[in-house]
Design a binder for this molecule. Structure first.
Ligand SMILES: *[C@@H]1O[C@H](CO)[C@@H](O)[C@H](O)[C@H]1NC(C)=O
Length: 427
């Protein structure tokens, strides 16, 4: 081949890629960049993550979820008080955070803020009147509230606002989200961390603490590029060899929450999939097919709104939610080949030796164009074998069963395998 021919071929290849690249969407992959103890990171959490950015770029990770960044009564950030004060966080300063997000953005990675607005730490209590006062952390009076911003009927912190529209929180006053000033000033603050600090989206903490219309309001007022809500309900797992009807209710509640509060970019963590998956991988893989032949979690009924995950900073600490640690990779084989938007957990990626395996699976996902809406055909769901075909392009199995019979057609070639799992690609 002459040089001219080679150049022509290359340029036509390039124009082909340019013309067709818009249809070639890379799957959104979320990374939870922290664990519960990350605030103790020597030299600062933001700085530490900043040093890992080269590691995250080219990984296929598109969005990084950061811990709550405001001044907080608890070091992890989940009891925020002065929301505009990003210099008192145990994770690092406002300048370090901005620099981290700018560096992520430069690599094409977006930052997702952890939005904790159900409750808020007060600055002082007037013992005589019993009134509480909050401070926003600015020189003006933004977010400087009093007891009128606290829900009435909060048993621990008596407020004079409206009745709570959701579940109560014990550790700090529940904020009255029906108060127009609360709505306005929290929306402004969220828009500030978007425009000033560089966040693109939201992970909304404890959305059970207020009604779905409240979530809808904040999402509408702030137009995030990505948003996921933490609606974490208990789930009963039946032990009698059958799917428990409660599981259907569990994912239906997620679906209903999305329908009431969504309509746009909003998604929900798929706690149903997480809890069933961690039970299934211990010799009960039959659990991974529902009565309609679909995956049993939110991904089986509304995959475009489901954020799948194996573990997070809370579940790893709270029984009965921790994933069996020796089966974690099987969890990733499932979520990274299945529909939904997968979320990778800090500890698994950074601390356990799973990074290379996770990266191989993300690469297979992207190479085959697996997306949040991909189709799943479940070919086997038995105690020791789960085998499914995704988009007629990828076949995966988890479970120790070795004899697969004719389940994998000969035009599929092994792409990656390990203990109790395998992934094939169509040739
Ligand atoms: C935080 O520190 C930065 C300088 O690093 C400053 O510009 C900003 O105003 C400070 N914010 C607060 C709330 O003190």
């Amino acid at each position: 081949m002459t040089l001219l021919n080679a150049t022509l071929l290359l340029s036509s290849l390039l124009s082909f890629l340019l013309v067709f690249s818009p249809t070639f969407t890379v799957s959104t992959v979320l990374f939870q960049s922290f664990k519960w103890e990350s605030w103790t990171q020597e030299g600062g959490f933001y700085n530490s993550l900043h040093r890992s950015i080269d590691d995250l770029s080219n990984s296929g990770i598109t969005h990084v979820w950061l811990p709550p960044s405001s001044q907080s009564a608890a070091p992890e950030g989940y009891l925020p008080g002065k929301l505009y004060d990003l210099n008192s966080s145990k994770h690092g300063s406002e300048a370090e955070l901005k620099s981290l997000i700018a560096a992520l953005n430069q690599k094409g990675i977006k930052a997702v803020a952890d939005i904790v607005i159900n409750h808020r730490s007060y600055e002082r209590k007037d013992e005589q009147s019993g009134l509480y006062y909050f401070e926003g952390g600015t020189s003006d009076d933004r977010l400087d509230w009093d007891s009128s911003s606290i829900c009435s009927h909060d048993p621990n912190f008596i407020g004079t606002g409206n009745k709570d529209t959701g579940d109560g929180f014990e550790g700090a006053p529940d904020i009255d989200h029906l108060n127009p000033r609360v709505q306005k000033e929290l929306s402004e603050w969220m828009n500030w961390i978007k425009s000033e600090i560089g966040f693109s989206g939201w992970r909304i903490d404890f959305v059970k603490g207020f009604s779905s219309s409240i979530t809808k309001l904040y999402v509408q007022n702030t137009s995030p590029e990505f948003a996921v809500g933490e609606k974490w309900d208990d789930i009963k797992i039946g032990g009698d060899g059958k799917l428990d009807p409660d599981q259907e209710e569990h994912r239906s509640a997620l679906k209903q929450w999305i329908e009431e509060s969504g309509g746009g970019v909003l998604t929900a963590f798929d706690f149903t999939t997480k809890r069933i998956l961690q039970t299934a991988v211990v010799g009960e893989l039959w659990r991974l097919r529902d009565s309609q032949g679909k995956p049993p979690g939110l991904i089986g009924i509304m995959p475009e709104t489901a954020v799948t995950f194996v573990e997070n900073h809370d579940t790893i600490r709270i029984d009965p939610w921790p994933f069996p640690s020796d089966k974690v990779l099987l969890g990733y084989v499932y979520i990274l080949t299945h529909p939904g938007t997968p979320c990778i957990f800090y500890t698994h990626y950074m601390e356990w030796s799973l990074k290379d395996s996770i990266l191989k699976l993300v690469a297979i996902r992207n190479k085959n164009g697996i997306s949040s809406t991909s189709s799943v055909l479940i070919k086997a769901a038995e105690a020791d074998l789960y085998l499914a075909m995704i988009d007629e392009k990828v076949i995966m199995k988890i479970g120790p069963k070795l004899d697969l019979g004719t389940l994998v057609p000969s035009d599929f070639a092994l792409a990656y395998s390990g203990l109790d799992f395998a992934v094939w690609e169509k040739q």
